[in-house]
Design a protein around this ligand. Sequence first.
Ligand code: AMP
Ligand code: MN
Ligand code: MN
Length: 341
Amino acid sequence: MNAASSERRAFHEFVARHQRFLLTTHINPDGDGIGSEAAMALWLEASGKTVHVLNDSPVPSAFSFLTRTRPMDVFEPELAERRFSESDGLVVLDTSNRSRIGRLSPLLDRHVIPVAVVDHHASHTNGFGHVNVIEPEASATAEIVYDLIREAAAPITPEIAAALYVALMTDTGSFRYSNTDSKAHHMAADLLRYGLDPQRIHAQVHSHASAGRLRFFGEVLSSLAMHEDGKLVVLEAAPEQFRRHGLSGSDTEGLVDIPRTISDVEVVVLFSELEPGWVKVSLRSTGRVAIGQVASRLGGGGHPHAAGVLLGGTREQAKAKILPELSRLLAALEPAGGTKA
Ligand code: AMP
Ligand code: MN
Ligand code: MN
């Protein structure tokens, strides 16, 4: 906590020292990336700062209700040059891996701009910022943003509360993944004091799928394969399937989490080949196997129980790299207490 506190202090000094902020998050942003940006932008603006948000990828429609009052820009070369030139501080949220900010990353080589990283990923904990508030014990980056706002004694408006709630809710899988703890529930309870309607927020986030996305989920799930005595589920999606259903990369969100519900499953892996020759590997553990290192060893990252990596090559090549590692981890596992003799 001490190291974290000194970095948090450094972050507050970073905010005090600068006036024109640029905020960004990882490619294919999720609820935590967008929610943390929205909350931080609203907080900094209320403190009299100028704030712009620029991401590599567009805001997924599930989270667009958070950006209605203050829109976020999508990368475009000229706009990015202008934003980097006019800003005096960059805050990177929900990733501490520089390459994950996508097309914004090369601009850091050409522009001298102080960077603060605020993140909760266990990989890349050194951080590439001048200030690095990286706290892997946080359930979501938004949990850190919430703490920072309260440390600054700044008001939490209903809009800020909604953004933080969406981030916390999505990163914890609606308070059911292994990162859900007492602090996450206390934070949620506190945010509800600002007049949020959790049922409505849930509906706003989870009612944006297209019929094609569900058909795609159906196809991928119907050909799931069970390995390692039912402990490992393998899913695959081919470029042709993305094309036929008119889907993009962020449309796989949530797919890898569904087979967690099969009894006795320890690990789920999804190989999604969005375009030929590029396979996004998504890994999930139901809690007993730490799969984070499998992704980080190959250049990706994430958390011990939810991680990913993008691999060049075919799905077969990706499987050859990943599946033996998972088999090894599963072989080393003690028998599950109580469920099997
Ligand atoms: P996903 O499977 O895309 O939902 O990602 C699961 C977790 O792994 C998230 O915390 C991501 O930030 C992280 N992650 C996914 N892909 C990568 C990657 N290529 N490099 C680093 N971290 C990743
Ligand atoms: Mn994220
Ligand atoms: Mn996160």
